[in-house]
Design a protein around this ligand. Structure first.
Ligand code: AMP
Ligand code: FE
Ligand code: FE
Ligand code: ZN
Length: 283
């Protein structure tokens, strides 16, 4: 069984449509794919409709959360699986986050314009094709203008990494956890040690999150080095959390391939047994 529980489609900042994504997953030899677009369930139905025979889809999302307990706020990503997409509190919160992402991206367009870089809001919205707007969409506009060569380059500090970066209005981390659990979902902390992306939260927060219902840690991720990966396995063992592994595939917006990291059938079985808001589709 090859199980990859974290992938993005054009419903957020991936470059494959949900239908293309599930076809790619089957072609990559996956048996199970987690569909986890940022702050949206918009890709679920088109992915289910296009599901190839033999591929199981675990519906999910990746929530943008923020921890305010340190010297300065730290953003983190929480994967949520098998929640009820119609849960009023969770779906309203996700809609608020998506809306604030649009306001924030418009402000980044304004910052670029102030420096004479004529990225238009229309083109960013068009590229996002109705899905969750993120910095990778702005990165594509910079690439089209020849200002940067790659998405990775667009995330350097002189571009969207710092100079033109506006923070998002994320959900508070314990509020996010409550919303996921309230919608029958299973929360798994995405790439908890990915220091390459920015500041990471302390283990003490992970201990508190575990007490508040966190179910797992995404220990195996290409943004973790072998030491960070081992630390996350050890912490999960100590706290009784499951560990997952996944690619965090974003199509051509990143270089990682589907199935680059995988989750054990045992961990998946525990997640599926805990999910109460929606069902695995197919397989
Ligand atoms: P946003 O959610 O708008 O803040 O943008 C963050 C998203 O950009 C992440 O979900 C990744 O998909 C992507 N990303 C972050 N850092 C990088 C990077 N260094 N290179 C390529 N993509 C990145
Ligand atoms: Fe992303
Ligand atoms: Fe993430
Ligand atoms: Zn992701």
């Amino acid at each position: 069984m090859r199980i990859d529980l974290h992938a993005h489609s054009t419903a957020s900042d991936g470059t494959s449509t949900p239908a293309e994504l599930v076809a790619e997953a089957a072609a990559a030899g996956l048996d199970v794919l987690g569909l986890t677009d940022h702050d949206t369930t918009g890709g679920w139905e088109p992915a289910f409709a296009a599901r190839p025979e033999g591929l199981a889809i675990v519906p999910g999302a990746e929530l943008s959360l923020r921890w305010h307990g340190g010297a300065r706020p730290i953003g983190l990503h929480m994967l949520a699986y098998l929640f009820d997409p119609a849960d009023p509190a969770l779906s309203a919160a996700l809609a608020r986050v998506r809306s604030s992402r649009e306001t924030r991206a418009e402000r980044m367009v304004d910052l670029l314009a102030a420096d004479g870089i004529d990225v238009t809001w229309d083109e960013v919205l068009q590229d996002a094709s109705g899905g969750t707007v993120g910095r990778p969409h702005l990165a594509q506009a910079l690439i089209r203008r020849g200002l940067v060569g790659t998405v990775t380059e667009a995330f350097q500090p002189e571009w969207l990494g710092a100079r033109y970066r506006v923070p998002k209005e994320d959900l508070e981390v314990f509020e996010g956890l409550r919303l996921i659990l309230g919608a029958g979902g299973v929360p798994v902390f995405a790439h908890p040690r990915a220091s390459v992306r920015g500041p990471i939260v302390p283990d003490s927060l992970i201990v508190e999150l575990a007490a508040a219902g966190l179910f797992g840690l995404e220990a195996d991720h290409t943004d973790h080095n072998p030491r960070e990966q081992a630390e996350m396995h050890a912490l999960a063992d100590r706290l009784g959390l499951v560990t997952t592994g996944s690619s965090d595939y974003h199509g051509t917006n990143k270089t990682v391939r589907l199935g680059a990291r995988t989750t054990s059938p045992e961990a998946l079985a525990k997640i599926v047994a805990a999910g109460r808001g929606s069902e695995v589709v197919g397989g």
